[in-house]
Design a protein around this ligand. Structure first.
Ligand code: MN
Ligand code: MN
Ligand code: ZN
Length: 292
């Protein structure tokens, strides 16, 4: 993957923090990645583990030594800023604030968030609740890290699957810590943006340009989709093995507006070689593009 560094792309994967948070950097280095994403704690538990000062220091020393940047922290899946339950909402705000505090401690640049979902209520009401929650958890505190909102697949009750709905929240809580958005290719495709066609890619990017601003696109999650276009189901697949396919990724990765953004894979990890193989596929596409 040396050539990726030469050509200035930022490419990496979501790595595990098993054995200590700094191990995640070692795993990124071993894969020859130059950016990465982690969970700062178990994403399916409310319980928080404190990060030790020693581990945080090792985390940043390793990142500097190997030029691994930016570092993204994916926020817990338990956070639901759209929840009509006061208790869940309160716990979600606390956990989101904790994610940004962890990012500050580690010197990680960004926290990536799925805003949430709700049923039996208008999306607009839920989105203003989520925006208020972000104001409390993020904007009213002093954080060195920033927040990115990720598009979702449009499963039942999802409140931010389209670019316009992401824009709605961005507008309601514009502050310095609200840096922009992360676009997940699997989610966009499942929602209905046809990323296998130039028209579909153009539709996605022109909506970002129009409603949010392309400068606010800070991260791409590169995942193929196990489910077809418009299925509204979030199932990630290995690069080239799903409905987006190699042809789709060739189109996606030929667009300059996308290539200037860090690319992170969240593809399945069924065998030990999966990350390597998926990264290699992306590298091959990028390299063939650079040569042509
Ligand atoms: Mn995500
Ligand atoms: Mn994602
Ligand atoms: Zn997903």
């Amino acid at each position: 993957m040396k050539s990726i560094r030469v050509h200035g792309f930022r490419l990496g994967v979501h790595t595990s923090i098993a054995g200590g948070i700094s191990k995640s950097v070692e795993r990124a280095v071993a894969l020859n990645a130059n950016t990465f994403q982690i969970f700062s704690h178990n994403p399916r538990q409310w319980r928080e583990n404190r990060i030790t000062e020693e581990d945080a220091e090792r985390f940043s020393i390793l990142r500097q030594k190997y030029d691994i940047r930016p570092a993204f922290i994916h926020a817990s899946y338990l956070i639901n800023l759209a929840s009509p339950s006061d208790l869940i909402l309160k716990k979600s705000i606390e956990l989101l604030s904790y994610e940004l505090t962890n990012a500050d401690t580690l010197g990680a640049e960004y926290v990536v968030l799925h805003t949430g979902s709700v049923s039996g209520e208008s999306g607009r009401t839920a989105r203003s609740r989520a925006a208020n929650a972000i104001l409390k958890a993020v904007c009213k505190k002093r954080h060195s890290s920033s927040l990115l909102l990720e598009n979702t697949a449009g499963e039942k009750g999802d409140i931010t699957s389209s670019i316009r709905t992401l824009a709605e929240i961005m507008e309601m809580c514009s502050c310095e810590s609200m840096a922009g958005i992360c676009i997940d290719t699997c989610h966009a495709f499942s929602y209905g943006y046809d990323l296998t066609s130039s028209e579909g890619i153009e539709r996605l990017l022109s909506e970002i340009d129009k409603y949010i601003g392309l400068d606010k696109l800070r991260l791409m999650h590169l995942n193929d989709s196990r489910r077809p276009l418009g299925s509204h189901i979030d199932r990630h697949e290995h690069i080239g093995k799903g409905f987006i396919g190699i042809k789709g990724f060739k189109k996606i990765l030929s667009d300059k507006r996308i290539l200037r953004v860090p690319l992170i894979l969240e593809t399945p990890k069924e065998t030990e070689d999966d990350d390597k193989r998926n990264l290699k596929r992306v590298c091959e596409i990028l390299n063939s593009r650079v040569k042509s």
